[in-house]
Design a protein around this ligand. Structure first.
Ligand SMILES: [Zn+2]
Length: 430
């Protein structure tokens, strides 16, 4: 550990000295090599893992370029600080400005990709379309590089709108999906000062991590020199990230290093949740509640509560169940039930058996229905209303794996209801 500390300090010193003419430059303290196949999803804004950084280490990332007007200024600022970053380039921007892609590469930064057209709702696109966006983005940046080399297999999804399909694709193709550890909101209509404040505050809150910026924003150009200056003043160090290749093995790491805050063996308290602290100030006696604090004082008893069963308005619920007629108290003994009451007709029994062999998802679906019915008031009524709805149409305007799963699940659910209640089946036929 001491050796590691020393070497990291030494590397820092070397890099600072390597920025001639800029004694205040933050420099780049070290380069880490990562294997996307070992860690396909990173960035604590969305995932459990992030890059294996030490405390006070920062990875700079810039999205959406290249756009000459601002990207060139970002490159100049980084050059003046000898700071290396990762650029997530948009394919269409690369086609329009291939020279800008080569400038990023020639300055020694990592060239990564950010889809072809930067669609706003990537997670809502059909999966084939979103994968096409990723592939075309890589192809366009590869073409712009023009030397037969490909960009790093690092991909950031626009707006971080990633879904299971894209993640599965990344795993299968050896791509690493980069989320981030903190943004600085530089795509919003805020001042450069605000971008600076957010970058520093959010970094301080986590202590290290991946900073998400945009090299196409004038406010980022204005804020970046101050951010870099402040990072150095506060003892932060810039880390450059490159992908592992056949002749460049990944930097050796322990699994725990990929967590933002690795569990410590010596600090036992971190293994238990924090005990909340309660304020004990205030009056000794609690105030007597006023009638107006209660919501059952009105004469319409619950009628004001709008009730919905799967979107269908239901009649207002009574607060108490309807009283049932009890046998007269004079009855000495209850009659013995006839044995025929306990007979289960053959057909019904078979249906019940079929219901019980359904797996956990079916049971879970029933539990969900039951709990939502409880919220609505009367489980029987809302259940019947749901069952009476027509089956979902086979064609959706928004096809997605989740939708497909929901569509196929519905008939199975109705079938279970059929098995449970004859009345439900009767309602369904109406
Ligand atoms: Zn973007």
């Amino acid at each position: 550990m001491c050796v590691g500390l020393l070497s990291s300090v030494a590397a820092h010193a070397v890099q600072a000295a390597d920025c001639p003419g800029h004694p205040d430059a933050i420099g780049t303290s070290r380069t880490i090599v990562v294997d996307p196949r070992a860690h396909p999803l990173i960035g604590t804004m969305q995932y459990a893992k992030t890059l294996p950084l030490e405390d006070h280490e920062v990875v700079l990332t810039f999205d959406d370029g290249p756009l000459p007007k601002y990207s060139n200024q970002i490159l100049a600022i980084l050059a003046a600080h000898c700071a290396k970053a990762t650029f997530f380039l948009v394919g269409r921007q690369a086609q329009g400005n291939p020279e800008g892609v080569r400038k990023v590469r020639d300055a020694g930064h990592t060239v990564a990709t950010h889809t072809q057209n930067h669609p706003a709702g990537m997670h809502k696109l059909p999966i084939e379309r979103s994968l096409q966006e990723i592939e075309q983005g890589i192809a366009s940046v590869t073409a712009a590089l023009g030397d037969g080399t490909a960009p790093a297999p690092f991909v950031r999804i626009p707006g971080l709108r990633v879904n299971d399909g894209m993640e599965a694709y990344a795993r299968s193709k050896g791509l690493q999906i980069w989320s981030a550890d903190f943004p600085a909101d530089d795509w919003r209509n805020v001042s450069p000062n605000r971008v600076y404040d957010l970058a520093i505050q959010r970094l301080e809150a986590k202590g290290k991590g991946i900073l998400l910026l945009h090299d196409i924003q004038p406010r980022t150009v204005a804020a970046l020199p101050r951010i870099l200056h402040e990072l150095k003043a506060r003892g932060y160090r810039i880390v450059h990230v490159v992908p592992a290749t056949a002749d460049r093995p990944a930097t050796p790491t322990e699994p725990a290093q990929w967590l933002l805050h690795p569990p410590s063996e010596v600090v036992a308290i971190s293994r238990w949740p924090k005990v909340p602290t309660f304020a004990e100030a205030g009056p000794a006696a609690l105030p007597v509640p006023a009638l107006s604090n209660l919501d059952w004082h009105t004469s319409d008893l619950g009628a004001h509560i709008a009730r919905h069963g799967r979107g269908v308005p239901l009649p207002p619920a009574a607060l108490w169940p309807r009283p049932t007629a009890l046998p007269p108290a004079t009855t000495a003994a209850l009659p013995i039930p006839a044995p025929s009451l306990f007979k289960i007709p053959e057909s019904t029994r078979l249906t019940l058996l079929a219901t019980s062999v359904h797996g956990a998802p079916a049971a879970q679906a029933r539990a969900t229905e039951a709990s939502s019915a409880k919220v609505a008031g009367k489980s029987g009524r809302s259940g019947r209303t749901a069952a009476a709805r027509p089956p979902a149409p086979a064609v959706h305007t928004e096809p997605s794996p989740q939708h497909a799963a929901m569509t196929t699940a519905k008939p199975a659910r109705s079938a279970k209801r059929n098995g449970r209640s004859v009345r439900v089946a009767g309602l369904k036929k109406r």
